[in-house]
Design a binder for this molecule. Structure first.
Ligand SMILES: [Cu+2]
Length: 105
């Protein structure tokens, strides 16, 4: 009985992991990693953690996304489903250094 209870409790966690969650860090006005590979044709969740003290804006014309992330803050951005290809994004407040690419394949 206890064993079944544990499995039921784990189910939401397992399905959450299957959804496809990707982490992106902003540090010293750069994205880490600068390239993220995701599966094409699937909706994915991108969690962006800004470790800088200043705000940054995740901006992507390719992905049609724009979101301000407070200094030392976090934001969740849903992307996709995407066709295979490369999709660039940048930190609009620091575009000289904050550049990245999503690769859907
Ligand atoms: Cu913008």
């Amino acid at each position: 009985m206890k064993f079944i209870f544990v499995i039921v409790m784990l189910l939401p966690v397992l399905s959450y992991a299957e959804e496809g969650v990707y982490s992106l860090i902003i540090r010293e006005h750069r994205f880490q990693p600068a390239e993220i590979a995701i599966p094409a044709g699937k909706k994915v969740k991108l969690i962006v953690e800004n470790q800088d003290a200043t705000p940054e804006e995740f901006e992507s014309h390719d992905l049609n996304r724009e979101k301000v992330i407070a200094g030392n803050g976090k934001a969740t951005i849903y992307i996709g489903p995407l066709k295979p290809g490369r999709y660039s994004f940048e930190g609009e407040f620091n575009p000289k250094t904050a550049q990245g690419t999503i690769i859907a394949r």
